[in-house]
Design a protein around this ligand. Structure first.
Ligand SMILES: Cc1cc2nc3c(=O)[nH]c(=O)nc-3n(C[C@H](O)[C@H](O)[C@H](O)COP(=O)(O)OP(=O)(O)OC[C@H]3O[C@@H](n4cnc5c(N)ncnc54)[C@H](O)[C@@H]3O)c2cc1C
Length: 126
């Protein structure tokens, strides 16, 4: 995909995210508790971080393979690229956040969960 198209995609999702944050701030200012739509933020920012760094590294050509203070942008894109997958797991994985958005924001039916009523210490694991 051409870089300009990527740029337009990032801009559109950043704008959407800004509006979602305003919705959260409005709820807080009215003394309300922000809803599950806050889960949208981490999916967008973590995936966008990975995408932007990937594109930046590609644009750096051979420099993209290296990191360190003497590299373009002090190696910031390389370091952030390595961190981004962790961010997609920490504090709720992409998949779990998508489940929350699907079920609690969009009102879609839940996945089948055969162990839903089983206490945690009785779950089969390992
Ligand atoms: C960088 C980093 C920092 C962290 N910091 C902390 C911290 O400070 N404190 C702390 O307590 N924990 C921390 N964690 C742990 C983190 O919260 C867990 O790794 C995360 O919640 C996922 O849980 P899990 O590793 O048990 O994966 P699992 O729950 O075993 O999930 C494994 C995979 O299955 C998918 N999956 C699981 N259940 C479902 C489902 N119902 N539907 C669809 N897909 C599903 C997940 O998306 C994932 O891909 C950190 C993790 C990372 C990577």
């Amino acid at each position: 995909m051409a870089f300009r198209e990527n740029l337009a995609d990032w801009y559109v999702s950043a704008q959407g995210y800004s509006l979602t944050k305003l919705r959260t701030q409005t709820a807080l200012s009215k003394g309300e508790t922000p809803g599950p739509e806050s889960s949208i933020g981490k999916i967008i920012t973590a995936n966008q971080l990975q995408d932007i760094c990937n594109s930046a590294i590609e644009m750096q050509d051979h420099y993209g393979l290296m990191t360190g203070d003497d590299m373009p942008a002090d190696g910031l894109f390389q370091q952030s690229f390595m961190w981004a997958p962790g961010l997609r797991i920490a504090g709720g994985t992409d998949e779990i956040l998508k489940n929350i958005i699907a079920e609690r924001v969009l009102g879609l039916p839940q996945d089948v969960r055969v162990d839903k009523t089983v206490p945690f210490d009785e779950l089969k694991s390992g």
